[in-house]
Design a protein around this ligand. Structure first.
Ligand SMILES: [Zn+2]
Length: 342
């Protein structure tokens, strides 16, 4: 584990709310409801979180509800964003692309929500020089097309104020009951303003939808579990990187087991691929753990794991100077650690 922890890592698929650790959830609960609430947590499964007990998948998913409820005020959202960045930095993640859907709460407008996250990220280099953080604001498909367009307008407006931080956008949320083609105008508008597109793609079997996403021009494929045949050939031809989130897929049962994960297939066909956490808090994992699982499941050397981080820099939406800096940090690591012994 120590080796995987020490490798300078690149995280390209992490949702803010899903990345809140158990201790951060407890901290936020106390912030919102007071100390008493921690003692009185037995009426829901929060006590299991506090005690570090193992949770069922259903209970894990409750963490999303807690996270949403506990980040409805500016101070709590600030704290949450700081903690997530700290947690990744403590894992030696040197570059992080965070995703979040702007939410309207009783205390914040969507604009205030996103600005709060952006302000925390902007201050990060002073506080935590070890990590570069970007934001991919998300469009939640289940909220419909009108909101998607409204969000894109907001993202464009904020990207002018935070041009170094907002580098792309994410399309996520429950895909069932929505048609991807309805979202194309909003995504095209964003793309016209220079946004890179990291879309949750091929999470379920829908060949036509994947085809439409590829035709639009996706910069990175989130999961890509069910991309096959002509679509896979297209992704190969255009060398579109896949973001693989092993534990998330295994726990959500979109793949039967680690060894059956489509990572192996992508590796065999030399497809650009990076390992990501998705929701490290909800699925109780970390990028170090994911890399270790990946290495052990697919029999990868330490060299390969480091090489994957080098490649992930290329797939990131960082600018050229940042890419150079990140590469040099990995080179530095390679020089000081005997990787071939791993
Ligand atoms: Zn995701």
């Amino acid at each position: 584990m120590e080796f995987y922890r020490s490798v300078p890592k690149i995280e390209l698929h992490a949702h803010l709310n899903g990345s809140l650790s158990n201790s951060t959830l407890a901290e936020l609960r106390e912030l919102k409801y007071g100390k008493e609430s921690l003692r009185d947590a037995s009426n829901d499964c929060f006590y299991k979180i506090l005690n570090g007990e193992s949770l069922s998948l259903e209970e894990c998913f409750k963490k999303f509800q807690y996270a949403h409820d506990l980040t409805d005020r500016k101070d709590a959202l600030e704290r949450a964003t700081q903690r997530v960045i700290e947690d990744f930095a403590n894992e030696n993640v040197i570059y992080l692309e965070l995703r979040t859907t702007p939410k309207r709460t009783t205390h914040m407008s969507k604009r205030e929500y996103l600005s709060t996250v952006l302000e925390v990220i902007k201050k990060t280099p002073d506080r935590q020089s070890g990590i570069i953080v970007k934001l991919l604001p998300s469009i939640d498909r289940s909220k419909g097309v009108v909101e998607a367009m409204e969000n894109v307008d907001l993202f464009i407006e904020l990207s002018v104020l935070f041009p170094e931080i907002i580098v792309g956008l994410d399309l996520s949320g429950n895909p069932f009951g929505t048609k991807f083609s309805d979202f194309v105008p909003a995504l095209q508008k964003a793309r016209g303003h220079g946004f890179r597109l990291a879309l949750h793609c091929g999470e379920f079997e829908d060949t036509q939808e994947v085809q439409e996403m590829l035709a639009l021009g996706v910069d990175r494929i989130g999961h890509g579990t069910f991309i096959e045949g002509d679509n896979l050939a297209y992704a190969k031809k255009h060398q579109i990187p896949f973001e693989c989130c092993l534990t998330s897929n295994v726990k959500c049962k979109t793949v039967p087991s680690y060894k059956d994960h489509h990572f192996q297939k992508l590796l065999d066909m030399k497809q650009p691929v990076c390992v990501c956490t998705d929701d490290s808090g909800v699925f109780e994992t970390s990028l170090s753990k994911e890399l270790e699982i990946c290495a052990k499941t697919f029999n990868l050397s330490g060299e390969t794991i480091v090489e994957m981080q080098r490649n992930a820099i290329e797939y990131s939406f960082a600018n050229d100077d940042e890419k150079k800096e990140l590469l040099s940090r990995i080179e530095q690591f390679s020089k000081t650690v005997n990787i071939s012994a791993v």
